[in-house]
Design a protein. Sequence first.
Length: 249
Amino acid sequence: MDHNTFIELDQLKAKLDAHRPLDAGLVARLRENLVLDWTYNSNAIEGNTLTLQETRVVLEGVTIGGKNIREHLEAINHRDAIVYVESWVQKEEPFTEHAIRNLHHLVLKGIDEANAGRYRTVNVKIGGAKHVPPECLNVPSLMAEFVEWHNALAMTMHAIERAARVHVDFVGIHPFVDGNGRTSRLLMNLELMKAGFPPVVIPVERRLEYYQTLDCAHTTHDYQPFIRFVCECVKASFEPYLFALGIKA
């Protein structure tokens, strides 16, 4: 990875940090837009058909005619999962399997209670991907190793590299029957937020590139294309803040 990219993004972060604490009203507006964009795009990547505006209305408590209950719950649950991640960051709680399972439970709450927060007990394949997730019998030990790696080696990496690798390795294990993609993007943003970076939104329009770079990392162990992809998303995540503050990137 070109470390100049990390330096550039660290400089953007420094520009934003220089204006902290930000106005409370501005923070609230930016957060509201972020929660909407993040929820819409993350769910759309997984096939949810709610539009951006429909997602906004659902988050305001309105039911959309012609849309099934699962799609409504996916939007509401994702917002609740973001709140959980924010609390995780604010309280500086440790990175544990228990917390990951709690996060996943929120993602699938009311949708698939039998599997919410529970590791899979069946083998799975990912449609369109070359990577085949490990056998279900290996999931508990792999998740224990994943958390141990995070709490030791990963903490020595640049936050953006760590965030990208957390995403890749978690979704590579595919520990749950469903909801792995949403959970992996939440965990990626957990790492960014802990380090003071804005959360990223992976646009549904870039879904193909996103999947291709993920599959590359899983099948060749070359993380660099995915890390570069995440860096581009991190750069874009600064734009609403810098625009609102009148700062040139």
